[in-house]
Design a protein around this ligand. Structure first.
Ligand SMILES: Cc1cc2nc3c(=O)[nH]c(=O)nc-3n(C[C@H](O)[C@H](O)[C@H](O)COP(=O)(O)O)c2cc1C
Length: 352
């Protein structure tokens, strides 16, 4: 699982937008150098060189489950390498870096985000009852970012088995967002819905094939009385996020009508098994049209823990976008002021 991590031991270089450790409003540029680049300078050269006319270097056997086949038609290419390098999830490294910046901003408002693995190859972790802080602590001690130790052991076995069989394995990760104020997102326009934006960002991660919020797909088999979170009020629960209104359940996963409702946001994403298999699947050569086993690129067996970190990052980016949309400001001081103003607005619980 970790072979790629050995060459992708990333550090981020910030080249603009920050002075003396503080952002100054201009765009922040970040560079993540790929150690493997040394080995690929000639074959991926920007300038023409002798390799460009060497047909034996071309990749012509598309891998099922990848961008390879649709990509060559869309971009009229005769070398699948021109498709697969950009389609690679390597692109997500910089999204993780951007997400880290967003998390810094959100932390100023006590908003925390975590992700953890809840299923690999059908092995289900029973972390659903753990609180945010407990999960957060447990995953730091887990190689697979799984809060359930017993399940993790079984998950490792299933990954090893897939490896020994030249196969790959997928799974599910969960993202939790804590201390979100009521009212991020909007019901008034489809592009302003918080759940739609988060789902779209998560679906943009390579190999993610489904998203659910709260009870998610289980809602299909339950009546409304068992799904919707009843509303209560207690003036003593006057916390600034929900203005005294509260729920005993959170089946909605913290979003109603495209808006945060103040409960923890609960999202799960399913990742398909990695498409590059060491025991390759059948495919057809794009030139000869003859059947072949698909080509093998260096590949992971299971990337669900890595994908969960990407999922956490893109969620942080979306939440930040919606947070800034709601509390618009040009400085952190102003942003805090706007945020406090909103919280003070309903102190007397009157909407008149
Ligand atoms: C963190 C991460 C790591 C991945 N690693 C690999 C890999 O090593 N080999 C591979 O074939 N696919 C890998 N993928 C998945 C492919 O990039 C993805 O399946 C492919 O680009 C096709 O896109 P689609 O699955 O969204 O249709 C990875 C995805 C993620 C999110």
């Amino acid at each position: 699982m970790v072979s790629r991590m050995n060459i992708e031991n990333d550090t981020v270089e910030i080249t603009s937008g920050v002075r003396f450790g503080r952002t100054i409003g201009s765009p922040i540029s970040m560079v993540i150098k790929n150690k493997d680049w040394e080995n690929w300078q000639k074959i991926m050269s920007v300038d023409e060189n002798e390799l460009m006319i060497d047909p034996s270097l071309r990749i012509t056997r598309p891998r099922p489950g990848h961008a390879d086949l649709p990509g060559i038609f869309k971009y009229h290419e005769n070398d699948i390498r021109n498709i697969l390098e950009r389609a690679s999830a390597r692109e997500t490294a910089v999204r993780v870096a951007a997400g880290a910046l967003c998390k810094c901003l959100l932390k100023e408002f006590n908003i925390n985000i975590l992700s953890h693995v809840v299923n690999i190859g059908g092995i289900q972790a029973s972390a659903a009852d753990f609180k945010f802080e407990i999960i957060s602590k447990k995953i730091t001690m887990s190689e697979l970012r799984c809060a359930d130790k017993n399940a993790e052991k079984k998950m490792k076995k299933i990954i090893d088995k897939a490896k020994s069989e030249g196969d790959s394995i997928g799974g599910i990760f969960e993202i939790l967002v804590q201390n979100i104020p009521v009212g991020l997102g909007s019901h008034v326009h489809y592009k302003r819905k918080l759940d739609a934006a988060i789902a779209s960002a998560l679906m943009s991660i390579q190999a993610i094939k489904g998203i659910e919020f709260g009870l998610g797909f289980k809602m299909a088999s339950l009546p409304g009385s068992k799904v919707h979170d009843e509303i209560f009020f207690n003036s003593k629960k006057k916390d600034s996020l929900k203005f005294g209104f509260y729920r005993k359940t959170n089946n909605a996963g913290g979003i109603e009508g495209g808006m945060s409702n103040g409960e923890i946001i609960v999202i799960r994403a399913v990742m398909k098994p990695i498409p590059t298999l060491y025991k390759p699947l059948r495919s057809v050569d794009i030139n000869s049209k003859k059947p072949f086993k698909a080509s093998i690129e260096r590949s992971d067996i299971c990337a669900v823990p890595a994908a969960s970190i990407v999922g956490e990052a893109v969620t942080a980016i979306e939440i930040t976008d919606f947070f800034l949309d709601k509390f618009r400001a040009d400085s952190l001081v102003e942003l805090k002021d706007n945020y406090e103003n909103y919280n003070n607005l309903y102190k007397g619980f009157s909407l008149e």
